[in-house]
Design a protein around this ligand. Structure first.
Ligand SMILES: [Fe+2]
Ligand SMILES: [Fe+2]
Length: 285
């Protein structure tokens, strides 16, 4: 319908990074194994976060939130990085980045941010549990990719609210899945949009590729098993939320990972019982 319009949107996505609540230069530093001073990844990340006052206080607030439930006060960024670990702190900073985007512009009516965030964390938990079982991708990468997997939807809602509303209307009118409405409207889906945004933030392809293909894992040119992991986690969470129409997707994505739908669902359920994605979303709000 608006293919050209969609292509133009892709070209504008690198500009999204100027709306991050911290310097975009921080992001590649989160993924470097050592920095120029030869510090360990933990020390280097702690130092990078500590340079930014606003980010430091948000990281501390999150580390002390009910979601982590530590019995002690986390008093410094260095301590937060030590108790949370490298992978968790990456996910946390990226989640804060994603949350920060949503604070810069109004969201269209009908986009429920708390629900969106809760879904992201639920898929992150389920994806980590699936990856722990299947080893289809590193469990911590699965968590981070889960946190970010639908960021393309958020970016569309923020930067192209009229298109987002048109897609919502298409979903309501025709009862088609959201990513299909996007493809019909734009010629691309939120997986690709999200991957393009995250590539421009210099995130590694272990994260961007599974996000790119999470609604079409069978066509992923690389890291296909990782794409199946995110797709299956998304299907599990949506089935658990009562979305019956996701049952066939759950079936095929679980099978691709060598699991039965039942086993995948059990893993997801267990991970969601152990940690509360709603608490994480609330802590970010
Ligand atoms: Fe999605
Ligand atoms: Fe999703």
């Amino acid at each position: 319908m608006n293919q050209e319009h969609g292509q133009r949107f892709l070209l504008e996505l690198p500009a999204v990074q100027s709306d991050l609540p911290f310097s975009p230069a921080l992001l590649p530093r989160l993924f470097r194994l050592t920095d120029e001073d030869g510090r360990s990844p933990l020390e280097a990340i702690a130092a990078a976060i500590a340079e930014d006052q606003g980010l430091s206080s948000r990281v501390l607030a999150m580390a002390n939130s009910a979601f982590y439930g530590f019995q002690f006060q986390v008093g410094s960024v260095a301590r937060a990085v030590t108790v949370l670990g490298l992978r968790e702190i990456r996910s946390l900073v990226l989640a804060l980045g994603m949350r920060g985007l949503a604070a810069r512009r109004p969201l269209p009516r009908g986009f429920a941010l708390p629900r969106y965030l809760e879904h992201q964390f639920a898929v992150a938990l389920a994806a980590r549990a699936l990856a722990g079982q299947t080893r289809a991708m590193a469990p911590d990468d699965a968590f981070t990719a889960g946190v970010l997997h639908d960021i393309g939807k958020l970016v569309t809602a923020l930067y192209r609210p009229d298109d987002w509303l048109a897609q919502a209307a298409l979903v309501a009118r025709e009862g088609i899945p959201w990513h299909e409405a996007e493809t019909r409207h734009f010629g691309l889906d939120h997986g690709l949009i999200g991957a393009m945004v995250l590539r421009s933030w210099n995130l590694p392809e272990e994260l961007t590729e599974p996000i790119n293909w999470h609604h079409a894992p069978e066509t992923a040119p690389s890291r296909r098993e990782a794409a199946y992991t995110i797709a299956c986690a998304d299907a599990c969470v949506r089935v658990l939320d009562g979305e019956e129409s996701m049952a066939p997707v759950l079936e095929t994505t679980a099978a691709a990972l060598g699991l039965t739908a039942r086993a995948a669902l059990q893993l997801a359920k267990k991970s969601l019982a152990a940690r509360d994605p709603g608490q994480m979303a609330a802590a970010l709000a």
